[in-house]
Design a protein around this ligand. Structure first.
Ligand code: GLU
Length: 303
């Protein structure tokens, strides 16, 4: 298969929508992004990497990091995690407080903010340094030591993070955080503020395409946990639009308000597309269009 040609075609297909949508402006440090920027990368399980557009330019990973915190918490053996967080789509915006009240502090899934806070708390307990664990993992799997945490983004989020702080305190009220709220928020903001490129994230994502095996051949997740993480990505990974993403792209994926979307093709590889212009649900319009075009023109889909 001519991957480079498919990527070129995917970028051409996305071009008419580039610049549409709004960049995330609730975190001031993200508001200056160019909505029309675009990059896309593909990494195969065999180690081949291809890219198009600004595919080596770093952007703010944001909620894509929630996939890595979940995998690491499961890898460190938190068998109790699924008692503390559910696995159902929420049907609400990613930062909603509403369900937490009626569901007694057990977030619907690990990819809404409330669930990601619980997962970050679990990883903090397991490793003593959740942000360090995620950063080390990204650097190792991408082979890129320049993957880093952008402190200005993390600080900006902390200063404007009333809603996340409210979520964390609410969960703590129900006894579902084991570390101090301030510690959990600090590590959560830090892993969301990682700066990485499409190339980096596609390479990191291949552990799920390899059914849980890391780039060096060691096992991170059991085959069945890798299957389960992919399943939760498919149903809950793209905010309140996972149905639309499954319909258009047909892959498990995780999006972030920085404009990145990482999608997994089990047994084949991973794709990461980035463009900062977001739709109303918070998913990148350009990245969705490019992934849609790529999976429509290739046989890279789970369906
Ligand atoms: N750190 C962001 C927040 O909690 C993540 C948002 C996102 O990418 O969904 O608001």
């Amino acid at each position: 298969m001519n991957y480079q040609q498919l990527l070129d075609e995917a970028m051409e297909a996305a071009r008419p929508v580039l610049g549409r949508g709004r960049v995330a402006d609730y975190i001031p440090a993200l508001a200056s992004a160019d909505p029309g920027a675009f990059g896309m990368a593909l990494a195969t399980v065999a180690g081949e990497v291809h890219g198009v557009g600004e595919w080596v330019r770093q952007f703010s990973v944001q909620s894509v990091s929630k996939l890595f915190t979940l995998a690491l918490a499961l890898a460190h053996g938190d068998g109790e995690l699924w008692k503390r967080v559910g696995r159902e789509p929420s049907g609400n915006p990613f930062n909603s407080l509403i369900q937490l009240e009626t569901e007694h502090g057990i977030p619907r899934n690990p990819f809404i903010n409330a669930g990601a806070l619980v997962v970050t708390d679990a990883l903090q307990t397991l490793t003593g340094d959740a942000r360090g664990a995620v950063l080390d993992f990204l650097r190792a799997e991408s082979g890129n030591p320049r993957v880093s945490i952008d402190d200005s983004v993390a600080d900006s989020e902390a200063h404007h993070g009333h809603r996340n702080a409210a979520l964390a305190h609410f969960i703590a009220h129900f006894g579902n955080l084991h570390n101090p709220v301030e510690t959990v928020l600090e590590h959560y903001y830090a892993h969301c503020a990682m700066a990485a490129s499409c190339r980096d994230l596609a390479l990191v994502g291949t552990f799920l395409a390899r059914h849980g095996l890391r780039a060096d051949g060691t096992r991170l997740l059991s085959r069945s946990d890798a299957k389960r993480v992919n399943a939760v990505l498919l149903t809950c990974g793209t905010y309140d639009a996972a149905g639309e993403f499954a319909y258009r792209v047909g892959l498990p994926g995780k999006s972030g308000v920085g404009g990145g979307i990482l999608a997994i093709v089990p047994g084949r590889g991973a794709l990461c597309a980035w463009s900062p212009g977001l739709d109303a649900a918070g998913n990148s319009i350009g990245a969705m269009a490019a992934l849609d075009a790529f999976t429509t023109r290739s046989d890279w889909s789970v369906f």
